[in-house]
Design a protein around this ligand. Structure first.
Ligand SMILES: C[S@@+](CC[C@H](N)C(=O)[O-])C[C@H]1O[C@@H](n2cnc3c(N)ncnc32)[C@H](O)[C@@H]1O
Length: 272
């Protein structure tokens, strides 16, 4: 599987998507394991972040004393995550692999695939292979959490999707020279194929780092966002999980997945 240029700029990605409360998100993930996992997994402290990018969730769990593993296809992202973990003095195992085809040496209790990274799985076959690979990496009773866009938002009528992120937005970047990242994630005329259900998404980062000329990184890469019923059918088809819960956000306690304003995301929790 090829990767967009976007992900070869790990620091710019981290600034662009770093304004989130990783502590709270990890508390929700741990809540899922405690409340929806089954013994013995519910008692284990081990976590796998899939399509981990900068691996901020895995690093947060490592800081909490969990055994943490970050898996990504991008060597640049993994190197960035390694340096981050080293700077924070935490232990993080790194695996460079495709999330549709990987194996862990030791299974984990909890796995997560966050921030719409599931949209990199383009075909039904890839989804089923991925779900089976994750289930093999989990302890019996272990839990897998997927965070995706709410189906009501995927038609992307809000395009173009743009924002500006600054290194000063988050304490994580306090040590860096001032850096501004102007992001485009999805252009108005990005082509959508109604049969394969894939978008060719335009991503553009304009990176302005103090004292350096601006850099522009643009790519056009396929993504697929999933509707709830097709995802449900694919989960059933995989035969890899015994129970499924659907939530509308990563909050404790989580709201149900529905069409109310409280339901902002599609969060799927699967128990092996
Ligand atoms: C949205 S980003 C990172 C998400 C990260 N978990 C977060 O919360 O910010 C998606 C990541 O998926 C990785 N990726 C894309 N396709 C992949 C695949 N088939 N297997 C593993 N990683 C993949 C990219 O390299 C990128 O780092």
């Amino acid at each position: 599987m090829s990767l967009p240029e976007f992900y070869a700029n790990a620091l710019a990605y981290d600034i662009a998507f770093g304004d989130r409360d990783f502590e709270d998100e990890c508390s929700f993930l741990a809540w899922c394991l405690r409340n929806l996992g089954a013994p013995p997994a519910a008692l284990h402290h081990s976590f796998l972040e899939l399509a981990a990018g900068p691996a901020r969730h895995a690093r947060t769990f490592a800081r909490r004393g969990w055994r943490a593993v970050a898996l990504d296809l991008s060597a640049e992202m993994l190197e960035y995550a390694r340096k981050g973990a080293e700077a924070e003095g935490v232990s993080l195992s790194l695996i460079q692999a495709d999330m549709t085809d990987f194996a862990l040496e030791q299974p984990v209790a909890l796995a997560a695939n966050l921030m719409e990274s599931f949209s990199h799985l383009l075909t039904n076959e890839q989804v089923v292979a991925h779900l089976r690979a994750v289930a093999r990496a989990l302890l019996p009773g272990g839990v897998y959490v997927i965070e995706m866009a709410h189906p009501a938002t995927i038609w992307r009528d809000s395009l173009p999707n743009t924002w500006v992120a600054r290194s000063t937005d988050s304490p994580y970047f306090a040590h860096l020279p001032y850096t501004e990242v102007e992001v485009l994630f999805g252009a108005e005329d990005d082509p959508y194929d109604w049969i394969t259900q894939q978008w060719i998404v335009t991503t553009r980062l304009v990176i302005r780092e103090e004292g350096k000329p601006p850099r522009v990184v643009e790519s056009h890469h396929p993504h697929r966002w999933y509707l709830a019923q097709e995802l449900r059918a694919l989960i059933d088809l995989s035969g890899a999980f015994s129970q499924t819960w659907w939530f509308g956000n990563m909050l404790v306690p989580p709201p149900p997945l529905d069409c109310s304003p409280a339901s902002e995301r599609m969060v799927v929790v699967l128990r092996k």
